[in-house]
Write a protein that binds this ligand. Structure first.
Ligand SMILES: Cc1cc2nc3c(=O)[nH]c(=O)nc-3n(C[C@H](O)[C@H](O)[C@H](O)COP(=O)(O)OP(=O)(O)OC[C@H]3O[C@@H](n4cnc5c(N)ncnc54)[C@H](O)[C@@H]3O)c2cc1C
Length: 417
């Protein structure tokens, strides 16, 4: 089965639409984003206006209701032209998961239509300076004060930190794995602030910065799910949205790396002919193409299963691992093929290589993915979020967006993402 055989005519149409948009609207701004490295507000608003952040939001809440494979295609096509714009789209698509899966009917009615029409960008904030992948090590906390909760602490590396209007923040409300809860925090609440945007190695235009909560008071109605659901919200968001979203960013960058390299080897003349005539170069290009085809197949297969309501947590985890590894391996091969030319900042390759590095840490590092896959091999898996939340993830109209009911995670929760 080829990767393309997973796509319907609607998927193909969507791909062409996003590709045309990326070429016309995003490509002309890439150079400016690279040099300024500031947060790109105009383009992100334009992307949100297309309705794409609401790709998995049910039509009854104003979304596209097009599912997870469609989401992959949108992120992939944006990332092919700009990893930063793919990252911006994915971070807010990720921010929708907690509301779709755990939100009350009122929260869904209030927020999903605004996210779908592009007027509100959501995020999810789990990581802290002292915890990282060790989610249960978090220290930020919420205390009940009458009809409100008061939040205090810091969150770091929050995707779309400086663009988000509605942050989904997971904090401690008690001890242990049942002691985490998630809250919706509007960016204009007193006590909410951001530290200044910092230039990173790659993904220029994207922000993954720091949120500071200094006795930030929010109504109790902003609690998502129940008290104690925070770990389930963090894990399910990461597995069902974070993993496939980063898979798609890596896939788009991988395609761009290969496109840059093939045009380079066809143009570059050595020994009286194009570089592409050298057997060693052909071998390397063949390796890159093989990696891409395998990675793309894993990516589409995993989200296809998710759209079908099939258990697929390990497929999503494996697809993320494979796509990150494959795109970074191809980035290195591409640099070797380009030799000195690859180091020049007027070529796209140098940017693509830097951007590819950014796909490793989010939604679980490679070590975490391998740990989860080892659990599967050893028969120690602890249940499937894809199965538990299937009523809210399947692509058949009329089922997605329905409340999955009360969810529990086994008492022996893993410590990490
Ligand atoms: C571009 C980008 C976007 C991001 N977006 C978000 C976001 O939207 N929201 C959010 O909350 N966070 C986000 N993050 C943060 C991301 O989730 C963390 O970087 C990730 O969880 C790892 O945490 P850490 O970087 O602190 O590394 P650590 O967890 O401190 O890991 C350090 C090293 O130890 C290894 N390690 C850690 N635990 C284990 C283990 N159990 N077994 C074996 N090895 C282990 C790691 O693999 C790594 O090599 C983002 C990060 C990036 C780079």
């Amino acid at each position: 089965m080829s990767a393309a055989s997973y796509l319907t005519k609607e998927h193909e149409r969507l791909r062409q639409q996003v590709r045309a948009f990326a070429q016309a609207e995003v490509a002309p701004s890439v150079e400016q984003m690279e040099s300024s490295a500031s947060v790109e507000r105009e383009l992100s608003a334009l992307i949100a206006k297309q309705g794409w952040i609401g790709v998995t939001i049910d039509a009854s809440h104003g979304g596209m209701g097009a599912g997870h494979l469609a989401k992959t295609l949108i992120i992939e096509e944006l990332s092919r032209v700009s990893g930063a714009m793919g990252a911006i789209a994915q971070a807010s698509m990720l921010g929708t998961a907690k509301i779709i899966h755990f939100g009350s009917e009122e929260q869904k009615r209030n927020w999903l239509p605004r996210i779908a029409d592009g007027s509100c960008l959501p995020t999810i904030a789990v990581t802290e300076p002292g915890s990282g992948g060790h989610v249960l090590g978090m220290q930020a906390r919420a205390r009940r004060k009458g009809k409100d909760y008061v939040l205090t602490g810091r969150k770091v590396y929050v995707g779309n930190s400086h663009l988000g209007d509605l942050h989904g923040i997971v904090v401690r409300t008690g001890r242990g794995s049942k002691g985490l809860s998630a809250f919706l925090v509007e960016a204009d609440r007193p006590g909410f602030s951001l530290t200044p945007h910092r230039r990173a190695m790659g993904l220029h235009g994207f922000s993954f910065g720091e949120i500071v909560l200094d006795r930030c008071r929010i109504p109790a109605a902003n609690l998502v799910g129940d008290i104690g659901d925070g770990l389930a919200i963090a894990y399910s968001s990461s597995i069902l949205y974070g993993r496939p979203n980063l898979t798609a960013v890596a896939l788009g960058l991988h395609q761009a790396i290969i496109e840059e390299t093939t045009s380079f080897v066809l143009e570059r003349k050595r020994y009286g002919g194009p570089l592409a005539d050298l057997p060693t170069i052909q071998h390397k290009v063949g390796q890159m193409q093989s990696r891409l085809m395998t990675a793309q197949l894993a990516a589409y297969h995993a989200v296809h299963l998710l759209d079908q309501g099939q258990p697929c947590d390990e497929d999503l985890i494996n697809a993320k691992h494979l796509n990150v590894e494959a795109s970074n391996d191809s980035a290195r091969t591409a640099m070797e093929i380009h030799a000195a030319a690859g180091l020049q900042t007027d070529r796209a390759l140098e940017r693509l290589v830097r951007d590819a590095f950014h796909t490793y840490a989010p939604a679980g590092t490679g070590d975490i993915q391998l740990h989860r896959l080892a659990q599967k091999a050893l028969g120690a898996s602890r249940g499937q979020w894809s199965q538990r939340l299937a009523p809210a993830t399947t692509a058949s109209p009329g089922t997605r967006g329905h409340s999955p009911g009360r969810l529990t995670w086994p008492s022996t929760s893993p410590e990490h993402l």
